[in-house]
Design a protein around this ligand. Structure first.
Ligand code: ADP
Ligand code: MG
Length: 487
């Protein structure tokens, strides 16, 4: 971002925006944090609840090693300190969807300490955002208010599912930076497979802390906006909340620290609870759980086994394939997208392959709302289409039509080209015939062209393309036309 754009403008001059994020990411694990119950999304209510998750008297939590493995790998991927000893605490509050009456979380001694994320901004610059800590905690159940006119139902499937809470320092200075932070974090988690990052399914949720101050002055009072479930909402909530705070201060008021909710329909934030009514959680170490002690060698082994991380992959794509960093960033944003590109680029012009993935394929996926993993077209199939262009069998324009049909039907390119008779016309005799006809029936334009109206060349090319239903080999048409019109 340009320095001039970095400050918000109020009536009384410029303001600096300060943002820190708390992201709850559901850990990829078949079982819950302290029980063996399943964690799959979308199961019928209360079908994935063990006696531990329902908090039956006398039940004892048993830590799931897989969740520890996952959070340590996450910490390592964020270049963070791994605390070889950490402690689980009880965070006490009362709510219908929390049968224990407390959440098991980590407070004073989290498993992961300080780390960082490098975020990439639209203008090509990057910024370092510090991570304060990551701790493990249980998710709560879910209250269902829409099942009965007068009753609230409770679904405990999520109760006890492992969450990582990833807390950032207040290092972000714009909605754009916060959006880039969430996207980069999600990309890292997906690459190392510790969270699926599906925000629409609630596997990643953001609490956004926002304050404003005069540039160079100490930070202002913050408000926290809870439970944002898309990057767009994160950015939009920051924009409207900062505008609200600036207006209050410029009107002579004072921002009150409180928790707020974002209403995407009205694009505004509303108070949820103020600091005065804030919970006193009475944290204390959970007496049912021993401190977690990790072996340094185990941590070192996990570090050595980490897969290639997004920033490393971006650098490799730039170096190995000669891609622009921004294009490499788009391809690397999702691991399956990066894999798709790499198998497509194998043995082909990588820039051409990148253009097809970024331009056509991603465009189509966005427009149709289909995920790459569910797309009907494979990298092998798209590769065959690109080869047809490369071998002059079809023109780039026809290829786009063929691509549309491949995307819809999953058919191979060669089959579509045959079925619809789209093979490029590269037969000089046949093209000459069309050119004869066109030049004869447009003798006035031919005369104008020869008198110097060069722009008409495109008209003749267009006529030949039209006569051949777009199938003429454009290079050949150009060459033949130039020959015919130059004498
Ligand atoms: P709490 O324990 O009340 O949640 P923390 O100190 O843990 O408070 O901060 C929570 C989040 O708020 C962190 O992500 C942090 O970066 C952010 N934060 C702290 N101070 C500010 C501020 N003045 N403006 C914006 N964000 C802030
Ligand atoms: Mg907090």
């Amino acid at each position: 971002m340009k320095e001039s754009q970095r400050y918000l403008q109020g009536n009384t001059g410029s303001w600096e925006l300060v943002v820190g994020l708390e992201v709850h990411a559901q850990v990829i694990s078949d079982a819950k944090l302290f029980s063996g119950a399943a964690t799959a999304f979308g199961a019928p209510p209360n079908t994935q609840v063990s006696l531990v998750d329902a908090a039956m008297p006398g039940m004892l939590p048993v830590i799931n090693r897989q969740c520890i493995y996952q959070v340590v790998r996450t910490g390592l991927a964020l270049g963070a300190e791994i605390n070889l000893e950490s402690v689980f605490d009880r965070k006490n509050y009362f709510y219908p969807d929390l049968p224990q009456g407390y959440q098991i979380s980590q407070y004073a001694k989290p498993i992961v300490g300080k780390g960082e994320i490098i975020v990439d901004l639209e203008d090509g610059t990057s910024r370092r955002i510090a991570i304060t800590r990551i701790h493990l905690e249980q998710d709560a159940g879910k209250s269902l208010h829409d099942q009965h006119p007068t009753k609230t139902f409770v679904d405990l499937n999520r109760s006890g599912v492992a969450l990582m809470e990833i807390v950032s320092e207040p290092d972000m200075r714009s909605a754009e930076e916060a959006g880039a932070y969430v996207r980069k974090l999600r990309s890292i988690l997906r690459h190392i497979k510790t969270c699926d990052g599906n925000m629409d399914q609630g596997s990643m949720r953001c609490d956004v802390n926002v304050s404003v101050c005069r540039p160079g002055e100490p930070y202002g009072t913050r408000c926290e906006i809870k439970n944002l479930n898309s990057v767009r909402f994160v950015m939009s909530a920051i924009e409207c909340e900062s505008a609200r705070q600036i207006e209050i201060i410029e009107d002579g008021g004072r921002v009150v620290q409180e928790t707020r909710l974002f209403d995407p329909d009205r694009v505004e934030t509303r108070p949820m609870r103020s600091k005065e009514e804030a919970h006193d959680y009475r944290y204390f170490p959970d007496p049912d759980l021993l401190p977690v002690r990790l072996e340094a060698e185990w941590v070192a082994q996990l570090k050595a086994e980490l897969p290639e991380l997004p920033n490393e992959k971006i650098a490799r794509f730039v170096q190995q394939y000669g891609l622009a960093p921004a294009d490499a960033g788009v391809l690397v944003a999702e691991p399956d997208r990066a894999d798709f590109f790499e198998s497509l680029a194998e043995g082909r012009d990588p820039k051409h392959a990148a253009n097809w993935v970024i331009g056509e394929l991603l465009g189509k996926l966005n427009k149709t709302g289909v995920e790459l993993s569910a797309a009907k077209i494979s990298a092998i199939q798209l590769g065959e289409l690109i080869d047809l262009i490369h071998d002059d069998k079809i023109s780039g324009r026809i290829a786009k039509q063929v691509f549309d049909e491949m995307f819809e039907t999953g058919k191979d390119a060669v089959r579509i080209v045959e079925e619809r008779g789209l093979t490029q016309v590269s037969d000089e005799g046949e093209l000459d015939k069309h050119i004869d006809e066109i030049l004869n029936s447009n003798s006035d334009k031919v005369a104008e062209y020869k008198a110097g109206k060069d722009k008409l060349f495109g008209f003749f090319v267009g006529q030949v393309m039209k006569a051949t239903n777009g199938k003429a080999n454009p290079k050949l048409v150009n060459r033949l036309l130039r020959g015919r019109l130059s004498n």
